[in-house]
Design a binder for this molecule. Structure first.
Ligand code: 13P
Length: 266
């Protein structure tokens, strides 16, 4: 992990916890997690529980909230959808795009993901682009081409002036919910590929004006790791080169295990 930057520890609750359960989780978690521990803690509840979770943590400005998905448009006749400006209005300051469950279960294409990412950035949310290969792609030697395609297709749709606001999460599909986390070496290698793909995209579209030096390649590109991160491997993952934080599913659902991950240090 880069010494200068605070780690980002993000909880993706997926389709777990309605408003009441979200509020009671927050109560339990906040008791276990004292303020100002150094990491940036972000929780992504289901959008219907966002306000309740946030309300339960109003006294704690060290905890931030995000949405798991947004529509590609601001508003309109899109039954069942939530837009990025609405999420911001509800208190979200972060948003995910491109999670593999969205890609595989809901058919999100690279093109749609790019539009969601742009919408998040446009609405002033911190966008996190999730990328990662399936086991088949890894076994076929397509790790690098898959990550490059996912990064280029999505980031290329974000206006240049906002590209630097994007963070990334490397989530190998074979590691999600399987108990089989990537090794630190494999994760570090993949994070290097993500950074390389980001730099390539920034350069091919021209560096965003006023950005922190994309032309020289010295900008900081934040890349989180996700996939079976748990309290027992969190510190080792955070200590690995190029890993700036964690995006956690299953182990973020209990206050105790989530607090243990938030206390982990690289
Ligand atoms: P697990 O931590 O349950 O493997 O899920 C990871 C993930 O998909 C986070 O977005």
């Amino acid at each position: 992990m880069n010494e200068v930057h605070r780690p980002v520890l993000a909880a993706n609750w997926k389709m777990h916890k309605g408003p009441r359960e979200a509020a009671s989780f927050m109560e339990g978690f906040l008791n276990l997690h004292p303020p100002a521990r150094g990491a940036i803690v972000v929780i992504f509840p289901p959008s219907i529980s966002l306000v309740a979770a946030r309300h339960a943590a109003l006294a704690r400005t060290d905890i931030e909230f995000g949405v798991q998905n947004v529509h590609t448009r601001e508003s309109g006749a899109h039954t069942g959808a939530v837009s990025a400006p609405m999420a911001a209005d509800a208190g979200a300051t972060w948003g995910l795009a491109g999670h593999s469950e969205r890609r595989h279960e809901f058919g999100d294409t690279d093109e749609m993901i790019g539009r969601r990412l742009a919408m998040l950035a446009d609405s002033g949310l911190r966008p996190v682009l999730c990328v990662g290969e399936t086991l088949e792609e890894r076994e076929n030697g397509q790790l690098e081409s898959t990550i490059r395609r996912q990064v280029e297709a999505a980031l290329g749709q974000v206006p240049q002036s906002r590209q630097e606001s994007v963070l990334y999460a490397y989530e190998p599909v074979w590691a999600i919910g399987t108990g089989l986390a990537a090794s630190e070496t494999d994760a570090s290698e993949a994070h290097g590929i993500v950074r390389d793909a980001v730099r390539g995209t920034l350069r091919s579209g021209g560096a965003p004006s006023g950005s922190a030096g994309s032309a020289t390649g010295d900008e900081h590109i934040t890349v989180l790791y996700g996939g079976s991160a748990v309290p027992s491997n969190a510190s080792d993952l955070l200590a690995a080169p190029g890993i700036d934080g964690l995006l956690v599913g299953g182990a973020s659902l209990e206050p105790e295990s989530w607090a243990a991950i938030c206390a982990a240090r690289g």
